[in-house]
Design a protein around this ligand. Sequence first.
Ligand SMILES: Cc1ncc(COP(=O)(O)O)c(C=O)c1O
Ligand SMILES: N[C@H](C=O)CCC(=O)O
Length: 433
Amino acid sequence: MDIVNNKRSADLFSKAQNTIPGGVNSPVRAFKSVGGTPLFIKSAKGAYITDEDNKSYLELINSWGPMILGHAHPAILEAVQGAVNNSLSFGAPTSKEIDIAELICSMVPSIEKVRMVNSGTEATMSAIRVARGFTGKDKFIKIEGCYHGHGDAFLIAAGSGAVTMGVPNSPGVTEGTAKDTLLAPYNDVDKIEQLISENKDEIAALIIEPVPGNMGLVLPTNDYLKKLREICTREGIILIFDEVMTGFRLAKGGAQEVFDVIPDMTTLGKIIGGGMPVGAYGGKAELMDYVAPAGPVYQAGTLSGNPVAMAAGLAMLHHLNDNPSVYTDLAAKGKKLVTGIQAALDRKNLPYKVTLLGSMVCLFFTDKEVNNFADAQTTNTEKFGKFFHAMLDNGVYLPPSQYESWFMSQALTDENLDEIIAAVNASLDSIEA
Ligand SMILES: Cc1ncc(COP(=O)(O)O)c(C=O)c1O
Ligand SMILES: N[C@H](C=O)CCC(=O)O
């Protein structure tokens, strides 16, 4: 099969490697696990992305989630253009920060108070610090294959780019740091109980992607999230939902709204910035009042609450809050896409597994159910790589890793979805010939 001819992207990638480690500013972009040259992008509009070789693709990355309305949405652009005229940063409070905080508190069930930061990584690092400061305990439980950004304590059995690059446990994380991160498989309540009894009264928090999208898309089974809530309440452990991916994507109130399970703290990112670099963490007021300057847990940021980023985020959240039909519309698009993919698999009698929740989708190249990270790691990543390139040849740009969710945008039309389904059929024909 041809790897798409990307002359200018290839030249840029070669040049980038002279001055940027691996030629990219985030590892999963490098196409390392699928082979070939990453596409260098110059613009995007609606459901399409255009590369430096002037080829346009329908795409299912959407900046790894934020572009839920599609690229260059007029409401977001207008808000950003309005904000930049007033300067780019003040390092002082603005009224927009109150507006976005009030909106987040009204949309996300668990959040009574919220602190804005610049990335999902900052949000999760800060939330764990608050949990430790509040409880006076050091250890926390992390779920294998969940990715919470690149904070040291989380780079243990981390999913996403880390596992894509084969380094789920990163060098540079000290043993001292790693010993306080306790690991349990997703969808396994017994292991959580075991960790708790082995570390009685030593665990500050349990952090989880309620619906993991960083080991591919995996769904909770058997009231798993409700049981975690019960256990954490019983044991005085702070339950943190990392909704950087699922927040404002699965519903206005994220996975916690969909599954009706209210964590003590929530971390947010991606959609909350409308495409600008933003994160946030929030939760019960008694926990958030532990954050400086209200309380003793220190956390700060020169550009936190940046006025341009707040304008983009506010426009995005207002749009989602005022148009709940976005979610029914996206769910219908997700259903159509997955029905088409399943029909393509059935036509060729292929046993691969498709997962879907709302507008998050994944195709695992395995004949086994995928319920946790260990299952995800048994999938055929080589075949995924072939499929990825076949899809590119057929005009569709997927996340370049088996361990990532596909994100749909509202800009995808019915015709676009038919084109993607046709590309899936053609790609399966070429790789399963
Ligand atoms: C669930 C989850 N948490 C945290 C992060 C870290 O966010 P960021 O990349 O903005 O630092 C990501 C994505 O990277 C994520 O998917
Ligand atoms: N899975 C990651 C975040 O959600 C993908 C983004 C990245 O690591 O660059």
